[in-house]
Design a protein around this ligand. Structure first.
Ligand SMILES: Cc1cc2nc3c(=O)[nH]c(=O)nc-3n(C[C@H](O)[C@H](O)[C@H](O)COP(=O)(O)OP(=O)(O)OC[C@H]3O[C@@H](n4cnc5c(N)ncnc54)[C@H](O)[C@@H]3O)c2cc1C
Length: 409
């Protein structure tokens, strides 16, 4: 009987094991940690946004540069297939929330993880196996652990995760297993993560920590606008987070510190500068007894208005005594709040941009073009999706086609 080894017991490895269950092969997950699915448990704030119920053609747009590569996988195992598998095979009922996001009805990632483990069978999961070396022995693969244990498999699925949230085991050590086998990798960048602002802006964001505001967010470095988006921006003790910022984080180069980078926030993306200026001028005329910061509060929460007013140098100034320069300063802070930034870290990143290059993988099966019988899936490859269930869907789809490749479907 064909023996399949799966290195890494995260989302991708676990789903691969699920799809291998019931096939005429034997399989074993080798996980270095004390338990499987550590990152999986954290997904969706512990609720697990398992997929996004869009068509593959729409879903594809959420995978940035890898959209064309991943299209084959997400068409072979679609979000609808994922819903059917979870509900009919794993017996986990799902519900749909805003923006087509799917969650377990229980609102607990653990419900899905427990269902997967019982579907796979505990006897097929080996924990505490830190794989440090893979050798080809003829057509087969010999896997060696840190403790010196050796196991031989006919086919091998590498699913060791990326570099993000390293405390969950996804600490980047798995990349070396693939590069030692001759695979190339692209630069790794933290993605879907918050951003630290520079020292001089820290007091401002820290004073607003916990406040979330809808805004436009643009990334600048080397004096050019590089990327932009719109959505909720959350102020934190160290800087900025929230969906609009998280989506921008993958565009920040690692050497941003030497490239004069900043984030510009626009709290009135629906109005251009002239419209905002005339609106404010009218308010100033009509509400002379109000402070300028109170008038700014029409556009942002009062705590943010106070912070922006302080930066604009208009704290305590009443509309009746304000000058044109005061009004212009208010408009500048509301439309062009510039905050200096540093390179984001992998510590709290949800995913990794970059990884093992997709060019060396067959998009129909995720099999390595360098080694027959070797499959690479999940966050370790150069595919990252936007938030909303895209990354787990990619892991499931890749696992599905890899298993089909192994079983010759
Ligand atoms: C806080 C957080 C929330 C998230 N929420 C969502 C969400 O709601 N929806 C969504 O789609 N995505 C979400 N993601 C992203 C998603 O979790 C990842 O895309 C997904 O877990 C990647 O799966 P993976 O199996 O490739 O890697 P991982 O889940 O990281 O698993 C890799 C596994 O391999 C093991 N391993 C590593 N090296 C070795 C080795 N040498 N030998 C043996 N084992 C090894 C690790 O211990 C780990 O268990 C979230 C991520 C985070 C951090």
């Amino acid at each position: 009987m064909t023996k399949v080894g799966i290195v890494g017991g995260g989302a991708a490895g676990l789903f691969a094991a699920c799809f291998l269950s019931g096939k005429k092969v034997s399989f074993e997950i080798l996980e270095k940690g004390g338990r499987v699915g550590r990152k999986f448990l954290l997904t969706g704030h512990g609720r697990c946004n398992i997929t996004n119920r869009k068509t593959p053609a729409d879903l594809k747009n959420g995978y940035h540069e890898a959209g064309n590569f991943i299209y084959r996988a997400i068409s072979s195992f679609t979000p609808e297939d994922a819903v059917a598998f979870l509900e009919n095979e794993l017996h986990v009922p799902l519900k749909e929330e805003d923006n087509n996001r799917m969650f377990p009805v229980s609102d607990k990632s653990k419900t899905i993880l427990d269902a997967m483990i019982s579907y796979i069978g505990k006897e097929n999961i080996t924990t505490g196996f830190d794989c440090i070396k893979i050798d080809r022995i003829g057509e087969r693969f010999e896997v060696t652990s840190k403790k010196g244990e050796k196991k031989i498999f006919d086919s091998l699925i590498l699913a060791t995760g990326g570099n993000s949230f390293p405390k969950t085991g996804s600490d980047g050590s798995g990349y070396r297993l693939a590069t030692d086998l001759g695979h190339d990798m692209t630069e790794l960048i933290p993605a879907l993560t918050g951003i630290e602002v520079g020292e001089k802006d820290r007091a401002f964001t820290s004073s607003l920590a916990g406040v979330s505001v809808p805004a436009g967010a643009s990334l600048y470095y080397d004096s050019k606008k590089r990327a932009s988006g719109e959505g909720e921006v959350l102020f934190t003790h160290k800087g900025l987070s929230g969906p609009a910022i998280r989506e921008l984080s993958r565009e920040i180069p690692r050497d941003i510190g030497s490239r004069d980078g900043w984030i510009e926030l626009d709290f009135t993306p629906g109005r251009n500068e002239t419209e905002l200026d005339s609106e404010l001028a009218e308010e100033i005329l009509n509400k002379g007894n109000a402070k300028l910061t109170t008038l700014m509060g029409k556009y942002v929460p009062s705590s943010v208005a106070a912070g922006l007013g302080h930066r604009a140098g208009v704290s305590g100034i009443y509309a009746s005594e304000s000058r044109r320069a005061h009004r212009k300063a208010c408009v500048r802070e509301l439309k062009h709040l510039g905050l200096s930034i540093g390179a984001p870290s992998f510590e709290d990143a949800y995913v990794t941009r970059g990884g093992i290059t997709c060019k060396e993988l067959m998009r129909e099966t995720m099999e390595s073009k360098k080694h027959k019988g070797l499959y690479l899936i999940g966050e370790m490859i150069d595919v990252d999706g936007i938030s909303g269930g895209y990354n787990l869907q990619a892991a499931m789809s890749e696992a599905f086609i890899a298993v089909n490749g192994i079983c010759g479907v």
